[in-house]
Write a protein of this length. Sequence first.
Length: 397
Amino acid sequence: MCPEVRPFKPLKFKDNRTSSLSPPFDTISGEQEMRLKSNPYNITHLTLPDEGGPEGARNKLDQWLESNVLVPEDQDSVIVVKQKFSFENNEMTRLGIISLVRINPDDGSIKPHEKTFESSVNGRVSIMSRLRSQLEPIFLTVDCDTMEPILEDAIDGQQPDLTYSDDEGTVHNIYTVRDQSRIAKLQSALSSKTFLVADGHHRLEATRRLSSESEGGQREFWNYVMAYITPIKEQGLVIAGIHRLVKKSMKLGQFAVEASKFFELNETSYPKDSKHMVVYDGKYTELVPKEEEIRNELGISGEEPLVHAEMLNDIFFARTLNLSPHDLEYSVSYIHDVEEARKEVDSGKAGMVVIMPKWSKEEFLRAISNGKHLPQKSTYFFPKVLSGIAINAYLGE
């Protein structure tokens, strides 16, 4: 297993417009989307196309290329992303790169950790194939102690191409590294490593599908995925949970008897530091697992860790609320902001939200150590990498 990391010539917004940047498409609220799209050159016009769909986004991409809103880098390069942010009263920094990584043939060096939704993969295939572009990097982590000092050395004394502070207070400093000797040093450090997919499972699956369905130059293009890569041991790599909004008008009290077979139900206040799942349906109830009952029900040995997302899907949703796999795909939505989720419930737009606890890295690595795939949307790696820093586009005929 030997992954190939390589530099590329990405499309970038001319003059490094910070107004063209956005959070990843699947983390944006409706209100954010409207605000971002008020700028005619924001990346969301491509990642979240309006009623014109993929065809309208293709036309917009062509217009931006013709008018030099987007311009290609003229040298093979990698992009270094340095993020500074505050988490739990600690100031943190994270370093990573955006480059290309070969995914076909699949040699097992890129390991997903989550299952995917077919409808979400289809949605990404539709946009990516029509635009012949990878609009956002997938997010990979790697166990590589030498990566951070190599990156620090690569940008030493260099001014960032752009600096951007997002709505959550994260400061993103973006650098372009064109020195081929520095890039070669980085490639060497990563050449024998295995990459773990942190985020972008649906985009990775979509890219693999497009590779298998394409020919010639397009096939070679889709054999690589644009990826952000950062060391797993970086202090600035935080793993949170993704909260679940149940759109059906149901309350926990209706299912308390069934739920109590597998969980202690403890009324609680705002669950900022809870280590357990918490349901909000107008009031907060902590779900404390009855481990023996859950292990017996799911056939999980005492040595295997219990994962919150599995207990949620296989016990609370399936056995307590009687939600089907179809319900999980179409009647449950995913949200990162607890306050926004609470508003959805209070307004009656959702019946309840299940607030997920954050992960420790040790807990996460133990859960996936045997190659196990967790349920969809089990993890939320923070901070996210901005969209609009770079686009990997096929510009051939």
